[in-house]
Ligand binder design. Structure first.
Ligand SMILES: Nc1nc2c(ncn2[C@@H]2O[C@H](COP(=O)(O)OP(=O)(O)OP(=O)(O)O)[C@@H](O)[C@H]2O)c(=O)[nH]1
Ligand SMILES: [Mg+2]
Length: 329
């Protein structure tokens, strides 16, 4: 039976929310995720009318195709380098998710799922300290309703040194308010660190091999979370029945055949989704493979873990240092 689910993306400005959203359909289509290939999920953008269950009226075909174009526009903007989401409203995108392969019984007997995913400007929910951008009260109220009314929250944070970030306090306050809110629907929270491929830019064609190792991701997450003061608040939220997971992703991903990160941020003039010296639009889909951006959405919707979604238990598990091989033997 068809089920509806609402997912809200939150996180600071430039965290990577819109880029993650723009790449999820391609990520699922290319199976560029850490779920078993036997899961065979399918994700496609749909119109608001399809989400609401309204019958598609042929006379409204034009109107519907315009709505369908919203996601296409988001993808186009992403390919061209990304556009900051404006603060004038919050933006809903709609998808149909189905699982066509082998999944745990609680998933196999359900679905398909109609997803509403809400994107908004980072300044609204997680403003930096001393932010001067005035946000309309109506927009704040709308996002508050959407956050509290969503089944899952995806917190998108840039993989930077967290202690330097002016939005840390705002994020902690958001989690506190969520914990105190009586009327919240939230069942799952997924914290995703974006721009993962940047860690591997110096590794050339080995980059993808390292990125594909869940142990590397777990190590990176542990390191990133060490300085996150809001971690204890998420642990407390979990005590009140919300499942919390941590993961990493890269909307830019890796080049398909060459296995290296799509762009080297250390190189001046690097362009996304293209190999140096190769011009023209065909390079985009031919070379680009997003990485793990499906994870936060699939976990949010289905509650099933991939090799790259980690619980508090896994983050905390005994982290015994491997002793260095003795050189004195
Ligand atoms: N290297 C790298 N950069 C990325 C990636 N994803 C996004 N970015 C860059 O990060 C910047 C912010 O990305 P957005 O997706 O616009 O961030 P946002 O969270 O939607 O930001 P607001 O809409 O302002 O709240 C953009 O300039 C992107 O080019 C990624 O996977 N890798
Ligand atoms: Mg955005």
């Amino acid at each position: 039976m068809t089920e509806k689910l609402a997912i809200c993306l939150v996180g600071p400005k430039k965290g990577g929310k819109s880029s993650l959203l723009a790449s999820i359909v391609d990520c699922v289509a290319q199976s560029a995720f850490g779920y078993s290939p036997r899961l065979r999920p399918a994700l496609q953008p749909i119109t608001q009318a399809e989400f609401s269950g309204e019958r598609a009226d042929p006379r409204r075909a034009d109107l519907l195709s315009i709505e369908e174009g919203d996601y296409e526009r988001l993808k186009q903007e992403f390919t061209e380098g990304g556009v900051a989401t404006d603060t004038l409203d919050t933006y809903e995108y709609y998808f149909r998710l189905s699982v066509n392969g082998v999944a745990p019984p609680e998933v196999m007997t359900r679905g398909p799922w109609l997803l509403e995913i809400v994107d908004s400007a980072g300044e609204i929910a997680v403003p930096p300290a001393g932010a001067e951008v005035a946000i309309l009260n109506d927009v704040k109220a709308k996002l508050t309703r959407q956050v509290l009314g969503s089944d899952a929250l995806v917190m998108v944070l840039p993989l930077v040194r967290l202690e330097d970030s002016a939005w840390m306090g705002a994020l902690a306050r958001l989690i506190d308010r969520l914990a105190l809110a009586k009327e919240r629907k939230t069942e799952r929270v997924i914290v995703v660190f974006s721009q993962y491929e940047r860690l591997f830019t110096r590794l050339g064609p080995s980059a993808f091999t390292y990125a594909c190792d869940p142990a590397v991701a777990l190590h990176v997450l542990r390191k990133s979370l060490r300085t996150a003061q809001w971690l204890s608040r998420l642990r407390a939220l979990e005590q009140s029945g919300v499942s919390v997971r941590y993961t990493v992703c890269s909307a830019y991903g890796f080049t398909k055949r060459f296995q290296n990160p799509n762009m080297d941020p250390h190189q001046p003039g690097e362009r996304r989704f293209r190999r140096t010296g190769l011009e023209g639009p065909r390079a985009n889909s031919e070379y680009w493979r997003p990485f793990l951006t499906a994870e936060p959405i699939l976990y949010a919707a289905l509650g099933i873990d991939s090799a790259f979604t980690f619980s508090h238990g896994q983050i905390d598990a005994n982290q015994e240092e491997i002793p260095p091989a003795s050189i004195l033997a």
